[in-house]
Structures are given as C-alpha cells and as structure tokens.
Design a protein around this ligand. Sequence first.
Ligand code: ZN
Ligand code: ZN
Length: 249
Amino acid sequence: MSIKIRFIGTGVAMPQPHRVQSGILVELDCPVLFDCGSGVLPRLTDCNAIRHVFLTHLHLDHVADVMSLIKAKWLSGSSNLKIYGPSGTREWVARLFDAYPYMRDKIAIDVTDLADHDRVSIGSHEIVCAKTAHGMPSLGYGIADDAGRVKIVYSGDTEPVESIARLSDGAEILVHECSFPDSVPDVTNHTTPRALGEMMGAVSVARIVLTHLYPHTRGFEDEMVQTVREYCDCDVEIAADGETIMIDS
Ligand SMILES: [Zn+2]
Ligand SMILES: [Zn+2]
C-alpha cells in the first residue's frame, strides 16, 4: 500500500502567485489535511471527503481557510469535521463562531487541543505530535503506520528542533519548513537550509522536502537544496504547489 502526499500550498503570509499558503493533503484510509491557509480551499477537489484537519499553529497563513472549509462542507451537504491543533485551538474555533454565529451547528465540529507526544488514531494510522519552537503554541506531526513506525513528518513552522529530528529518524520523508535562504540574517522562529542541515546531519531519513517558502527564497532554490545535501545523505528537494509524492507504507 502507498500513501499519497499532495502539496496544496507551499507558501507563506506574503503573496506569491505560484504558491498559496500552507496546506498538505495526505491520503491515509481517508484524506487528512494538515494546515489550511488562504488558497487551500479552492484547490480541494472533494472537501466533503475531508473529515480531519490537523493545524500546526494558529498563524493566519495556516488557518485562514478553516471557516471557509466549514462553510463549503455545509453547503456541500457534509455533516462533520474534526479539527486538531495545539493548545488554544478550541478557544480559537469558539471565537470564530462568535464572529460568524450563523455558521453554528451547520455541521458537527469536534475540536481537540493536542500536546507534545499525544497520539491520534486515524483509521490504521496514528498521528504523533511533537512540540516545535515558533514563538506560540505549535506542533509538528508524524504519521505512523499500523506497526507504530513513523513514515512521514511535517514540521509546520519552527526553528530547527530536536523533537522533529527524533521523530524523523527512520522516516521515509520529512516535510520541513525552510522559510528563508541563509543570506537572510538573524532568522528566528523559522528555519534556514544550513540550520536544517546541522539539525538533520545525524538523522536517517530517506527524503527531505522543503516547504513554507518566503519570496526571499526565489532564485536561491538550488543553493538551498545543495546546502541541506551537504549535511544530509538523502534526497532533498523544494516543494511546489500541486506536486504529489507517493511513499510506500
Ligand atoms: Zn507560516
Ligand atoms: Zn507561523
């Protein structure tokens, strides 16, 4: 069996015509959406099929289309959605409905605040949480198979952190943010290629895909890939909107 990973949005809070904001769709037993920034909803071909959304954190470029997804599901006759995210997600969703009271009870919404090391079963897979470092509550996620082996890791927004390196050890693919090239000085709360390479050098992962790319990365893509490769003995590439990757599960 294989798992399909679709990069819906690989961009950030600044507009880029070729990159909408963050969103990754992973086809497990059912499709699971990780982050739902602006531009993600129009690219979901079957929003009714999505019943699980995992948010890495509550910055707008990761959550802007969540209420739009809820509305689209309601209008399409869908009945429920489970939303998972770091501490504060339940309160944030409640406030969304305060702002849009007419949307209350249109579909059943179940919101779960997650913490470091929490595990959520989705069919035969498990989503494993890892605390990240982004100046606000934030989580990265691992996707484990039915034997508990983590196959896919998505960092969300973060500085390079040990928790993501540990989770990725032995995985097929690490999707890691790489917001800026190394030429941008004093980057905090985010990751640059050299910092990622230094973190991942001793970690055994088959493939690293860089996402969450600011406009500053344009023209530096090859250099960014090359820098990470200097440290990591694995495939390294830059994600593109619409790209699909299949991995064996
Ligand atoms: Zn972001
Ligand atoms: Zn962020």
